[in-house]
Design a binder for this molecule. Structure first.
Ligand SMILES: Nc1ncnc2c1ncn2[C@@H]1O[C@H](COP(=O)(O)OP(=O)(O)O)[C@@H](O)[C@H]1O
Ligand SMILES: [Mg+2]
Length: 245
């Protein structure tokens, strides 16, 4: 069924105790798309990401991946089904080598035992040649940009059908963010479906096909990125940008 979205999120709700971080959020991602979720700090983007990837149990709503209901499956089961995630803050293991961090990303494939996973490692290192030079170094010795490269490469090691990335730009200089945005655009052009969660809307809108705007725990708007980028209400009311153009 070609009209079945790769990912469909329906009326998702995420709570932390008595606090509701996300209410009634719906979105869909089709194969081959690069979809962005944008919104200010505290809007509920990470809660949406955690709820749909199985890192937290949603209190209401459904998640469908490849047409199957996967709501409340744990994150490792989602990875095995083809949904890999690059979490906010990267969460690499700083004391382990770059190579060992990458091998952990291939956990669902049985580590680096198979020829196929060795080929996947080669492909991931071809995307980020810098990591090849640093394979034996502790991951924590690298710059923030290199650590984000590692976090993305670790996600690629799972051979995902969908790669979800939360706050690509966090703590990185604009030049580094631009470089990483270019890599995501290339990966998408090569066929990888990407869901990019990003506070810096202009970067995400520059490469996304479609975007969702999250504000105060709600998906308040969605549309083609080009339209949203030119929409003054989106930029001023929801993203607090005073006249970005
Ligand atoms: N673990 C948590 N416990 C309690 N409240 C949380 C937790 N994580 C996030 N929140 C709250 O949920 C709301 C949404 O946060 P979050 O999803 O992290 O937003 P964003 O990723 O858009 O910055 C915020 O009010 C935040 O303070
Ligand atoms: Mg966040």
């Amino acid at each position: 069924m070609s009209d079945t979205p790769l990912l469909a999120v329906e009326d998702l709700e995420v709570r932390y105790g008595a606090a509701t971080a996300l209410r009634g959020a719906s979105l869909s991602v089709r194969r081959g798309q690069l979809v962005a979720v944008i919104g200010n700090n505290g809007a509920g983007k990470t809660s949406l990401m955690r709820g749909l990837t199985g890192l937290v149990r949603p209190s209401a709503g459904r998640v469908l991946f490849k047409g199957e209901v996967v709501t409340r499956l744990p994150a490792h089961a989602m990875v095995a089904r083809g949904l890999a995630m690059v979490p906010e803050g990267r969460l690499i293991f700083p004391d382990q080598t770059v190579e060992d961090n990458l091998i952990l990303g291939a956990y669902a494939q049985g580590g680096l035992k198979t020829r196929r996973s060795k080929e996947t490692l080669e492909r991931s290192l071809a995307v980020f040649p810098r990591l090849r030079e640093r394979l034996r170094q502790p991951a924590g010795s690298m710059s923030g940009g290199e650590q984000q490269m590692l976090a993305i490469a670790r996600g690629l090691m799972a051979e995902p059908d969908l790669l979800v990335i939360d706050e690509l730009s966090l703590g990185l200089a604009p030049r580094v963010v631009e470089q990483l945005i270019g890599v995501l655009r290339d990966l998408n052009r090569q066929g990888l479906t990407i869901l990019l969660v990003e506070q810096l809307a202009s970067y995400a809108l520059a490469i996304a096909d479609h975007a969702y705007v999250v504000a105060q725990g709600h998906v308040v708007r969605d549309g083609p990125s080009g339209l949203l980028a030119r929409d003054p209400e989106v930029m001023e009311t929801f993203l607090g940008k005073k006249k970005a153009a």
